[in-house]
Design a protein around this ligand. Structure first.
Ligand code: FES
Length: 131
């Protein structure tokens, strides 16, 4: 079973889905894996509260890039609240192979960036009201 998942991960790494930029994205955020310095930037285009389109750029190992590619597939059609509920286990189930502590950081980087971007947009209205 692991082999199937490994092949899937390699395929996403070699042919990433939703790779690129969205110039008029509603959410754009970048962060890095502190262990290796690899960076991922995500772009999210919303329709109301729902993700209409997503893209990502950046560089990293096979696990981080495959995790980003698979996560982009998952995000389309989801609400911002759905995204806030996604957790470490969601990513581990999505990748489907056991990962050591270092590799888990790689696997979680894309979700970390997506969540930071999503929580970021939700603080904007409050900040504007306070000004
Ligand atoms: Fe850098 Fe995996 S080694 S993200």
């Amino acid at each position: 079973m692991d082999d199937l998942y490994r092949e899937l991960i390699l395929d996403h790494y070699q042919h990433p889905h939703h790779h690129g930029e969205i110039p008029d994205a509603d959410i754009s955020y970048e962060d890095s894996n502190p262990l290796c310095g690899d960076k991922i930037r995500i772009y999210i285009k919303l329709k109301g509260n729902i993700v209409e389109d997503v893209k990502f750029t950046g560089k990293g190992c096979a696990i981080s890039q495959a995790s980003a590619s698979m996560l982009m597939d998952e995000l389309i059609g989801k609400s911002l609240d759905d995204i806030k509920k996604m957790d470490k286990q969601f990513i581990l189930d999505m990748l489907g192979i056991p990962l050591g502590p270092t590799r888990i950081k790689c696997a979680l980087l894309p979700l970390k960036v997506v969540k930071a971007g999503v929580y970021g947009i939700h603080t904007w209205p409050d900040e504007e009201e306070e000004e």
